[in-house]
Design a protein around this ligand. Structure first.
Ligand SMILES: Cc1cc2nc3c(=O)[nH]c(=O)nc-3n(C[C@H](O)[C@H](O)[C@H](O)COP(=O)(O)OP(=O)(O)OC[C@H]3O[C@@H](n4cnc5c(N)ncnc54)[C@H](O)[C@@H]3O)c2cc1C
Ligand code: SF4
Ligand code: SF4
Length: 403
């Protein structure tokens, strides 16, 4: 994942390569784990306990043809992670036009490649400006949410820069700093006080190239003054967005997404690692931007859920599933297209709808679509729901008044 593209990690500047190497070796050597690299799911079907995925994978040998294989699995963990919002969406910052304007992942690559050199001419940058919240927290034009990881990533990068170039100067434009986690706030304070990173509260409005340098225009909202900074490099903390292709997976696996395209959990408080499709679980930044400790925690939760599922000999489902009354059903198929979970089909020989109870999520869309009242959700028939409503609010009782 992205961790392989990071030079060092906050808080302790651990080498991400060191942390990854032993884990990758353990996973690839495990006799019960098959790793398919450069692989993507192109088709998917089935249900909890019996999924079938068609996977397009890289050739096993270099130079060989790619292969298509079918993988039968009982459960799926979606962990497709994050990507960065394209710099072309905010042309005022010059990303993609000026060689020395980069995003935070490109800066990680510079940190990984040895002594820090700026892309245009290979010189050591003496002044570097980071701009936070680029494309985040902007519901009108870009992404409405806080990307959550960039305040800490910027603090780490500015400290790494100051350690590598002790006579260099680092500036950070920020709106406010969101550094929630044990020791995170202290880390940002250390960046300011110990490493001399200058934090300017305010929004940078544009970046222009002047000869071989860049000029960053902005406003310092604490002093109320406009600011113009000369810099050798500018680093844009672009918003975190879902990985490309996660929308295709969401469609194939019938997993809901939020308005920004991140996979949605079944319940934000009670079922944070499950999707609404039974047997499909969520882990890491694919569900929402989060850093490595949080991604590991959610991944561990998803793994525990899968273990719990696969340890059962038989699957127990909720008794409230949709049922079809064969006397009333005429096989028109309206419920088949209404069902969002593909739990319904038409009988191959009879004019009759059938229900796969493992796929049915009890939403009742079929019951609403059926013109013949031929389908109901067992234990939630209209009479039962009305009786429950009556029990909550007996007929004759005065309407509750709003206070
Ligand atoms: C610049 C930067 C610096 C950061 N620094 C730190 C740090 O110092 N400390 C920290 O804790 N966090 C840091 N983070 C956050 C960290 O990168 C994330 O927390 C972490 O990568 C999330 O892990 P993940 O496994 O959920 O997703 P990812 O790391 O994004 O991994 C997702 C994986 O899924 C694969 N994938 C995506 N789509 C598909 C598909 N359709 N089919 C098959 N495979 C697919 C991808 O190729 C990738 O291998 C930083 C992030 C950025 C951007
Ligand atoms: S984490 Fe910080 S830089 Fe990133 S969007 Fe939120 S406030 Fe802005
Ligand atoms: S909509 Fe009703 S009548 Fe038509 S196939 Fe479905 S259950 Fe049968």
């Amino acid at each position: 994942g992205r961790m392989a593209q990071l030079a060092r990690l906050y808080l302790n500047f651990d080498d991400s390569g060191d942390l990854l190497r032993t884990r990758i070796a353990a996973v690839t050597a495990h006799p019960l784990i098959e790793v398919l690299t450069s692989a993507e799911i192109v088709d998917f079907g089935g249900y909890l306990g019996s999924f079938s995925a068609t996977v397009r994978a890289a050739a096993p040998e270099p130079g060989g043809a790619e292969r298509l294989l079918t993988v039968e699995v009982g459960a799926v963990v979606l962990a497709t992670g994050l990507s960065l919002y394209g710099q072309e969406h905010l042309p005022e910052y010059g990303g993609g036009q000026y060689a020395d304007v980069v995003d935070t992942l490109q800066f990680e690559a510079l940190l990984q490649s040895g002594p820090i050199r700026r892309p245009s001419d290979g010189r050591t940058p003496r002044e570097v400006v980071w701009i936070q919240c680029v494309g985040s927290r902007d519901p009108e034009q870009h992404r409405p949410y806080c990307s959550k990881i960039c305040c800490m990533a910027v603090a780490k990068q500015s400290v790494a820069y100051r350690r590598a170039v002790p006579d260099g100067q680092a500036y950070v434009f920020y709106i406010d700093i969101r550094s929630q986690g044990r020791g995170y706030d202290e880390f940002v304070q250390r960046a300011m006080e110990h490493y001399g990173v200058v934090y300017l509260r305010g929004k940078a409005s544009r970046v222009i190239q002047q000869d071989d340098r860049l000029e960053v225009w902005g406003a310092d909202t604490l002093s109320g003054k406009s600011v113009r900074l000369q810099a050798d490099m500018v680093v844009l903390a672009m918003a975190a967005v879902p990985s490309p292709g996660s929308d295709v997976l969401a469609r194939l696996m019938r997993v809901a997404t939020d308005e920004s395209g991140f996979f949605a959990e079944a319940h934000p408080k009670l079922r944070p690692v499950e999707s609404l499709t039974a047997g499909v679980f969520l882990a890491g930044a694919a569900q929402f931007p989060k850093d490595i400790p949080e991604s590991v925690a959610q991944g561990s939760g998803a793994a525990a859920k899968v273990l719990q599922l696969l340890a059962q000999r038989e699957l127990v489902t909720e008794p409230t599933v949709a049922v079809v009354d064969g006397e009333l059903c005429v096989g028109c198929g309206r419920c088949v297209s209404a069902c969002p979970y593909e739990a319904r089909a038409l009988h191959p020989h009879r004019k009759l709808a059938t229900v796969n109870p493992a796929l049915c999520q009890r939403c009742g869309a079929c019951a609403a679509a059926c013109p013949n009242m031929a389908t109901t959700v067992r234990n939630a028939a209209p009479q039962q729901v009305l009786a429950m409503a009556d029990a909550l609010h007996p007929p004759g009782l005065a309407e509750p008044r709003a206070h």
